[in-house]
Structures are given as C-alpha cells and as structure tokens.
Ligand binder design. Structure first.
Ligand code: ADP
Ligand code: MG
Length: 233
C-alpha cells in the first residue's frame, strides 16, 4: 500500500529546518507496507513517528526520496489529487483527537462526509450509524468538552471511519487513554484490520504495538525491523 523508496537508492528523508539548523527527523532506505497489513512502528518521543506518518498521509513532502501510495508517487501528483486521495482513502487517528470543540459528536463525524459532498441527510444517517457502532448512541449531541477522554477518542474513530478509508494512520492513539478506553480503542483497531483495512500505528506503547501483526522500530529517525519482525520473517 505504501512504499518508501528512491530511484537513486538514497535515503528517503525529511529534514526540518530549525533556526538555520537542520534536523533530520526521518530516514530510511526502503519500507514496504503491504495492503491489508497491521503494522506498529514503535519509537520514543522525538524519534520521528509523527514525521513518518505525515509523509504517508500526504501532509508533508519528503526532502529526498519518494513515498508511493498504491503504486503512485504521492508528492509527484497534483495537489488536488493528493487532497482527494487523503479525504477518500486515508483515515487519520490523532493522539489528541483533533475534534472541533464547538461542534457536537454528530457534527464532528459529519465533517469528512461534508468535505466529499455528501448531502445533509446522508451525512446525518452515516454519522449516526458510526456513533452507534462505537457505542455512543446516547452521546451524539454532546460537545467534546462534555465527553470523557475515552469517549472523545471513540468519536474520533467514528470520524476516521466515515469515508470508509482503506488505510488508517494512527499517531499514538492510546497515548492519552485510561486502561479501559485503551483496550476499547485497540479492539476497534483489531476490528478495522479484520475488515481488511491497512493499519499503520505509531506508538511508544509496546503493549499496544504487540496487537499488530508486524512491528518496526524507529530510533532517532532511523527505521529498522524490530526483533519481533525478524522472528517471523
Ligand atoms: P515523534 O512523533 O516520534 O515524537 P517527530 O516526528 O514529531 O517525533 O519529530 C522528530 C524530530 O524532528 C524531533 O527532533 C523534532 O524536534 C523534529 N521536528 C519535528 N517537527 C519539526 C518542525 N516542524 N520543525 C523543526 N523540527 C521538527
Ligand atoms: Mg509524535
């Protein structure tokens, strides 16, 4: 589904400029995320996890190298095409949920549906079904501030699933959760994987990563197969 590569066989990198100094946030010579796989990428804070997910998600172009999505180079296509692809085929889950505070749970889930031009009734119908699926049928009219942290993450998951994305990119999705909410969210990831979606989760939570079929580790921006992956390879 995703391939990081460079025709010249140099590293795929992302350098962040910081007050004249450059920070290499990420580099890898090759990475192939197969369709339908569930991959966890584990690394400590500052190791380049968010940078890597942003490269995959069409939100940040690499400084060198290419990111291929489904056989096409993400950052060589026109911006409008990349935006469309991101809205229709890729779903994001953020550590801090990124819900709009003044909208209700229902309205938050409707946003991605409205962005791809669904009618108001289609938006409502689908958003209600999704919130029921994550067990929030009695919280649809609540704003994020009126929901527990675990409930907020479930609203965010419902929003992620709104456009039936083939790929879910999750940035430390359990980082802020209590143990029960964490278990519930991880169970949803298992379910999304069983539904055939490709999942890439970055995390510093080794127990969360253990749920994935394959693990990679990221340290100081350098990606390597973890011992678990080598065991099964
Ligand atoms: P993680 O998500 O694993 O905590 P990040 O991908 O956010 O790591 O960051 C990797 C490195 O790149 C860090 O050293 C961070 O300080 C640096 N970095 C991230 N974003 C920027 C930016 N916009 N400008 C400058 N440096 C950045
Ligand atoms: Mg991060």
């Amino acid at each position: 589904m995703f391939v990081l590569d460079d025709v010249t066989k140099r590293y795929v990198t992302k350098r962040h400029g910081r007050r004249g100094k450059e920070v290499v946030a990420f580099r890898a010579d090759h990475l192939d995320i197969p369709v339908g796989s569930y991959t966890a990428i584990v690394g400590p804070s500052g190791s380049g996890k968010t940078t890597l997910l942003s490269l995959f998600g069409g939100m940040l172009s690499p400084t060198t190298g290419r990111v291929h999505f489904d056989g096409r180079s993400l950052y060589d296509m026109p911006v409008a095409q990349r935006t469309r692809l991101r809205r229709t085929r890729i779903g994001f889950v953020f550590q801090t949920f990124n819900l709009v505070p003044y909208l209700t749970a229902l309205e938050n889930v409707e946003i991605p549906l409205s962005l791809i031009g669904k009618s108001a009734s289609q938006q409502r119908c689908r958003a209600e079904a999704l919130l029921r699926r994550v067990g929030l049928e009695d919280r649809m009219d609540h704003q994020p501030g009126e929901l527990s942290v675990g409930q907020q993450q479930r609203v965010a998951l419902a929003r992620t699933l709104a456009n039936e994305p083939e790929v879910i990119l999750a940035d430390e999705p359990t980082g802020n959760l209590d143990p029960d909410s964490r278990a519930a969210v991880l169970a949803f990831f298992d379910e999304m994987h069983r539904d055939g979606r490709t999942i890439v989760m970055v995390t510093h939570d080794a127990a969360a990563a253990a749920r994935a079929a394959s693990n990679l580790s990221l340290r100081d921006g350098v990606l390597s197969a973890s011992s678990r992956l080598l065991d099964v390879a």
